[in-house]
Design a protein around this ligand. Sequence first.
Ligand code: NAP
Length: 304
Amino acid sequence: MSTLPAPPEWRRLGSSDIAISSLAWGMWRLAENGRTAGEAARLVHAALDAGITLLDTADIYGFDGEGGFGDAEALLGEVLAAEPALRERMVLASKGGIMPPLPYDQSAEYLSGVIDASLRRMRVETIDLYQIHRPDILAHPQEVARTLEDAVAAGKIRSIGVSNFTQAQTEALAHFLATPLVATQPEISPLRIDCFENGELDQAMRLGLTPLAWSPLGGGRLLSPESARDKAVAAELDRIAAEQNVSRSVAAYGWLMAHPAGIVPIIGSQSAERIAEGAQALSMHWTRQDWYAVLVAARGERLP
Ligand code: NAP
């Protein structure tokens, strides 16, 4: 049985000179449950100590509809203020362009303002990867490109990515950017497989974008599957996980990482133990048979 290549411990972020870990940690849920800066610091350490150096946040994380905009970034800012040396150990990714309930704004005025606001909240001088969170249909990609390139030139951001963009939107922004786009962040998981066959990952490979997978466990749904299809996907992952002595979630990360586009799963857990456990995915090995068995379960029908 042929085995797929193992994921590397480090990759380059797109065509940039930024080295990233093959797994990322996401801070969407960081500012929940009254988490203190001390508790948040413990999670940051857990990720970094496990070799997970790409940390992903966004300006709307922490938004609960009651004015909590920016809470996750601000909490990370507290962690970094208490321990500035942590900044050197991480590749910091954030996003902007959604201002609920507006909802999307990528005009030059708005976007340049929110980049500055993110820098202030996180108390950093530069963001290594700045991503447009969701496309603003009313913003011309040429204007968005100019705003982002001005921010690169000013040293406020080091590289540019997109999230939740259609392929045409990605292509249009890339066309107007003189600096290459380095990343795309769609939802990808064993329960969300659209991009394997709709051309998104093919486009990422063609343009040299690193795909960052958001909600790699389906937001947790993979751990408590309800539909027959979701249960079948979980059962396939469990079979392979048992053979390799890892958990279902680790098998899910490993399955994504085995794809040739170099998918980087963004671990969403806010448990230090479960974040660290994610790194076990690096030592998994996948046969084509096992990889396709998970895909077939997710499709809910045989391949032609
Ligand atoms: P996920 O990994 O699919 O789901 C994480 C959730 O599953 C957590 O609530 C976690 O709870 C739970 N979980 C239960 N059992 C678990 C286990 N054994 N191992 C790990 N987690 C387990 O990811 P996500 O939180 O939905 O999203 C991950 C990241 O993607 C976010 O932090 C954010 O950076 C990014 N994201 C981006 C977008 C976008 O539009 N660009 C949208 C959504 C998310 P515990 O914390 O208790 O472990």
